[in-house]
Design a protein around this ligand. Structure first.
Ligand code: GLU
Length: 475
C-alpha cells in the first residue's frame, strides 16, 4: 500500500484490518479471539443471468456476513460499478464494529451488486433485485433472524420494497417476514425517520463533540454548531440530510460537492436553492451563486471547520491529506480516510470522528424498524394518548393552583404525546450521545490511545469479544 497511491491501489479491507490491529494492541485478548473477530465468516460471491433487452447480461453480486456473534447479521446493499469482494468484506466488517458501538444487537454484513444503476430501466433494476433476493434465499443469506439487508450507496426504499415482496412471496405465513429487510417505505412496514437517520446521526455526533468545551479549546474552535463552517462531500441521502441538519442548526455550509463538481461560497450556500437548482438543471455545474470547481475532489481541501465526506471510501489519501484544512473530519461515508491519510491528519491535530460511530444512525433506526416489524405495532400507538392525558391533567392542576392560564401554543407543547417519529429521533439522539461518551471515556482514560477511531475500535472489540467469550472456548 504505497503512500499517495491512487485510490484503486488500496485494499479497503486491508485498511480496516490495519485500524483493527492498531486498536487491538490496546486490549488483552488472546490472538485467536482477535483473529476470529477480524475475519469475515461467510463470503458469498454469485453470478446470475438477467435478460436486458434482447441480450443476456451476467450480473456479479456479493453478500458477506462478517460476524454472527449476534444474529441476525445486518448491513446495506450497494449498487455500484466499484463493488468487489474486498470492498464488500470491508463494509461488512465495519458493520460489526458499528453495531457494537451503538449497542445494536446484530452481527455485521454487507451486500453489493456490480452495476451502474443509472444504466438500467426501473423494470430491469427490479428484475436484478428480485433475482438477487432469490439467490440470497437459496443459500440462507436473508431472513429476519439470519441476515437483514438495508439501503446503501445506489439503493433506497424502492429496492427494499422489491426485496420484501420477493421474500414474502416465497415465505407465506411467516409472521415475522417483514423483518427480512429494513429501510422500507412506511407503507410497507418501514419506520418514520429511517430515511433521514444516518444524516441526523452524523449531526448529533458532531453536535455532541462541538459541545465539549475542552475539545473545542484544543481545536481552537468556539462551542456549539452555530456559525461553524461546514463542507459536505456528496449530496446523496447521507450528505443531503447531514447538510440539512447542520444548516437548520445555524452552521454555515461553505462547500458542497456532487460527483461532477464542487461549490464554494465563504458566505454560505442556501441549501434549498442548491437542491432546487439541481432538480431543475440536473447538475450543479452552472450553479450561479457559488464558485464552481469542475474537480469535485477540490471540496476536500476547502477552508472550513468541519469536513463531512459523505460519499465513498478512500477519498482522503496520503496524497491530498496534507492539503486538508478542516479541523474536524466527520466520516459520514464508510472508510473515506485511508490509514496513511489518518496519520498525516492526526499529526496536524485534526479530530477524525470515525465512520463506525458517526454513520451508525442508519443501522440504529434500522434496528428500531426491525423491532417494529417483529412487534407488529407502530411506536407510540399504545402510549401517545395516555401521555397526552396525563400531561393535560398536570398542566390543568398547575393552572388551578397558580391561577395563571397558559397559551394554546404552550399547552400543545407541554401536553404533546410522542408520535412514532418523535420516539425514533429521540432513541437515535440518545444512542449517538451515549456512544460518543463511551468512545471519549476510552480516549481520555488511556495515555496511549490518541485518536477517536482507535478508541471506537477498542469499545467495539470489547463488546464483540465479550459475546465470543461467553462461548467458553477461549481461556
Ligand atoms: N448501509 C447503512 C450503513 O452502512 C445502513 C445499514 C443498515 O441499516 O443495516 O450503515
Amino acid at each position: 500500500m504505497k503512500k499517495g497511491a491512487a485510490n484503486h491501489e488500496y485494499s479497503f479491507f486491508g485498511n480496516v484490518e490495519r485500524y483493527f490491529d492498531k486498536a487491538a494492541a490496546h486490549t488483552q485478548y488472546p490472538k485467536g479471539l482477535l483473529d476470529q473477530i477480524k475475519a469475515c465468516n461467510s463470503v458469498y460471491q454469485m453470478r446470475f443471468p438477467i435478460k436486458i433487452g434482447d441480450r443476456v447480461e451476467v450480473i456479479e453480486a456479493y453478500r458477506v456476513q462478517h460476524s454472527q456473534h449476534k444474529v441476525p447479521c445486518k448491513g446495506g446493499i450497494r449498487y455500484s460499478l466499484g463493488v468487489n469482494q474486498d470492498e464488500v468484506m470491508a463494509l461488512a466488517s465495519l458493520m460489526t464494529y458499528k453495531c457494537a458501538i451503538v449497542d445494536v444487537p446484530f452481527g455485521g454484513a454487507k451486500g453489493g451488486i456490480k452495476i451502474d444503476p443509472k444504466k438500467y430501466t426501473e423494470d430491469q433494476l427490479e428484475r436484478i433485485t428480485r433475482r438477487y433476493t432469490v439467490e440470497l434465499m437459496k443459500k440462507g443469506f436473508i431472513g429476519p433472524g439470519i441476515d437483514v439487508p438495508a439501503p446503501d450507496y445506489g439503493t433506497g426504499e424502492r429496492e427494499m420494497s422489491w426485496i420484501l415482496d420477493t421474500y414474502v412471496a416465497f415465505n407465506p405465513g411467516q409472521v415475522e417476514a417483514y423483518g427480512c429487510v429494513t429501510g422500507k417505505p412506511v407503507s410497507q412496514g418501514g419506520v418514520r425517520g429511517r430515511k433521514e437517520a444516518t444524516g441526523r446521526g452524523v449531526f448529533f455526533g458532531i453536535r455532541e463533540l462541538c459541545n465539549v468545551p475542552e475539545d473545542m479549546k484544543a481545536l481552537g474552535l468556539t462551542i456549539g454548531i452555530e456559525g461553524k463552517r461546514v463542507v459536505v462531500q456528496g449530496l446523496g441521502n447521507v450528505g443531503y440530510h447531514s447538510a440539512l441538519f447542520f444548516w437548520e442548526a445555524g452552521a454555515t455550509i461553505v462547500g458542497l460537492a456532487e460527483i461532477d463538481c464542487a461549490l464554494y461560497n465563504a458566505k454560505g450556500l442556501d441549501l434549498n436553492d442548491v437542491m432546487k437548482y439541481k432538480a431543475e438543471h440536473g447538475s450543479l455545474l452552472t450553479y450561479p451563486n457559488a464558485k464552481v470547481f469542475k474537480n469535485a475532489g477540490a471540496c476536500l481541501e476547502f477552508d472550513c471547520d468541519i469536513l463531512v465526506p459523505a460519499a465513498l471510501e478512500n477519498v482522503i489519501t496520503g496524497e491530498n491529506a496534507p492539503r486538508v484544512k478542516a479541523k474536524i473530519i466527520a466520516e459520514g461515508a464508510n472508510g473515506p480516510v485511508t490509514p496513511d491519510a489518518e496519520e498525516i491528519l492526526l499529526k496536524k491535530g485534526c479530530y477524525i470522528i470515525p465512520d463506525m460511530y458517526l454513520n451508525a444512525g442508519g443501522v440504529t433506526v434500522s434496528y428500531f424498524e426491525w423491532l417494529k416489524n417483529l412487534s407488529h405495532v407502530r411506536f407510540g400507538r399504545m402510549d401517545k394518548r395516555f401521555t397526552e392525558n396525563s400531561n393535560l391533567k398536570f398542566v390543568s392542576t398547575i393552572e388551578r393552583i397558580t391561577g395563571q392560564k397558559i397559551t394554546d401554543g404552550e399547552r400543545e407543547g407541554l401536553t404533546h404525546g410522542p408520535d412514532e417519529v418523535d420516539l425514533v429521533n429521540s432513541g437515535l439522539e440518545e444512542t449517538m450521545i451515549s456512544a460518543f461518551h463511551d468512545i471519549r471515556r476510552v480516549l481520555k482514560g488511556s495515555k496511549k490511545i490518541k485518536d477517536h477511531r482507535t478508541a471506537a475500535f477498542v469499545v467495539s472489540i470489547n463488546k464483540v469479544a465479550g459475546a465470543y467469550m461467553s462461548l467458553g472456548i477461549w481461556p
